[in-house]
Design a binder for this molecule. Structure first.
Ligand code: UTP
Length: 234
């Protein structure tokens, strides 16, 4: 049987500016889950912390200086968001694990029993990007999809440099030279978490980065079709 497929869903995707977009997005996510199950495939979904993570870390930052403790606040938010996705998919009758696994080994075990497993963060020191790549490793999957709110990996920050160029394909070494290898501070964002990149490089996991606001892109990537985004070869 083919290994499960792994998708990291950035937490910002759950809270778009327009609530109407949110309803459409959740509707299409449900359709995607049904489509994956209908094709007898398995799916591990790792959900980011988004707004509650940023708010919680901001609130605690003035009181707590230890980064591991602030990361725990972020992890709690990722599990909140994971629970929302888990319950939405359970509600339409998908075969979803009834728990939010706390580590990727347990999640890989649940994927043997259930079609879909939803989880959030695991330990301090990285983001859910790294959790998703570690889950791919533990499931013997060769690819990990990172669905975020940018369309591609760029050679510079497109928000500050209008001439930044998107990559359509790149090597993991090129990505490492952009992200570096250092741990992100609690609540900090990067196009891909450096720790995720180092796990992918070590275990030869390819990464696809795409704009998860468009569920069709996630579906195309899962179906092995061409999609607009960046493929990182490891
Ligand atoms: P996220 O994974 O949500 O960060 O974790 P992100 O990728 O920057 O944001 P999204 O994808 O847009 O939501 C939020 C915070 O939770 C802690 C870190 O502090 C991180 O910045 N965290 C998360 C951990 O410490 N460990 C984990 O496994 C996951």
């Amino acid at each position: 049987m083919r290994p499960p497929q792994i998708v990291a869903l950035g937490g910002s995707l759950l809270r778009p500016e327009e609530s109407q977009n949110r309803d459409i997005w959740f509707g299409k996510l449900r359709q995607l889950a049904v489509h994956v199950e209908g094709n007898s495939r398995k799916l591990g979904i790792v959900v980011g912390g988004g707004l509650p993570a940023r708010e919680g870390i901001e609130l605690a930052r003035n009181l707590i200086s230890n980064p591991d403790k602030l990361d725990q606040v972020g992890i709690a938010a990722t599990r909140l968001n994971a629970t929302i996705i888990q319950q939405v998919l359970l509600d339409i009758g998908c075969n979803v694990a009834p728990v939010i696994p706390q580590d990727t080994g347990a999640a890989a075990d649940y994927l043997e029993e259930y079609n879909i497993v939803v989880m959030g963060g695991t330990q301090p020191g990285h983001t859910t990007d790294a959790v998703a790549v570690a889950l791919a490793r533990d499931c013997a999957a060769s690819d990990c999809i990172i669905a975020t709110n940018v369309s591609h990996i760029y050679d510079d920050d497109p928000k500050t440099n209008p001439n930044a160029k998107p990559f359509f394909e790149m090597t993991i070494n090129q990505l490492t030279s952009i992200t570096g290898v250092d741990r992100l501070a609690p609540g900090d964002s990067a196009v891909v978490d450096p720790i995720a990149v180092s796990i992918a490089a070590k275990h030869h996991i390819n990464i696809a980065v795409l704009d998860g606001r468009d569920i069709d892109l996630i579906e195309a990537a899962l179906d092995g079709k061409d999609f607009d985004g960046t493929v990182v070869r490891s």
